[in-house]
Design a protein around this ligand. Structure first.
Ligand code: 5GP
Length: 178
């Protein structure tokens, strides 16, 4: 745990906000054919907590797109590594993302999912770093706005580790790692 820096969002604050998001989504998706599409792997922890607070019948699916490796810089190149298993035509799709940074991933995903002709498409992201945006994107349901820092925990990794932290921390690299 040597790279876990100061805590940005405590576990209690996460739980409280995610419950609120679940209630909002429950209210807004009454009578709709909700399909939650989680973006692997970062959104897994958020999606499973969020889904428990959505009191509606729903389907779950996952997509995987290329993202960061061990580096903390976005490549800007989006590639589908795992496509949807479910048919989403005429359904009400809710993309569940871990964090929106430049917006490139989400922009691509929205375009892609719209081409599958859903009845509606909305976005729910646990975190947002608006100061880093390169392309405008709409986030319909947002957990927390955070400053321009590389964060880990609650699904977010550094070099595939720290996803299991129940809180969000700032990554603390030693001089040799930078
Ligand atoms: P974007 O395409 O918006 O630049 O990047 C989105 C993806 O980059 C996220 O889904 C996430 O995987 C990764 N990412 C962006 N910021 C962070 C961060 O602070 N920490 C971690 N662990 N991943 C991040």
């Amino acid at each position: 745990m040597d790279k876990v820096g100061r805590v940005l969002i405590e576990e209690e604050a996460l739980n409280k906000r995610i419950k609120e998001l679940g209630m909002e989504i429950t209210r807004d998706f009454q009578g709709k054919k909700l399909v939650m599409v989680g973006i692997l792997k970062g959104a897994v922890v958020f999606m499973s907590d969020l889904a428990k607070h959505i009191k509606l019948p729903l389907e779950m699916d996952f997509m995987a797109v290329s993202s960061y490796g061990a580096s903390t810089k976005s490549s800007g190149v989006v590639r589908i590594l795992k496509d949807l298993d479910l048919e989403v035509e005429d359904k009400d799709v809710l993309i569940v993302e871990d964090i929106v940074d430049t917006g490139l991933t989400l922009h691509y995903l929205c375009d892609y999912l719209l081409s599958r002709k859903p009845n509606s498409l909305k976005v729910c992201s646990c975190f947002d770093k608006p100061s880093r945006r390169k392309i405008p994107v709409t986030i319909d349901y947002l957990g927390f706005e955070i400053p321009d820092e590389f964060v880990i925990g609650y699904g977010l990794d550094y070099d595939q580790k720290y996803r299991n932290l129940p809180y969000v921390s700032v990554l603390e690299l030693e001089k040799d790692d930078k």
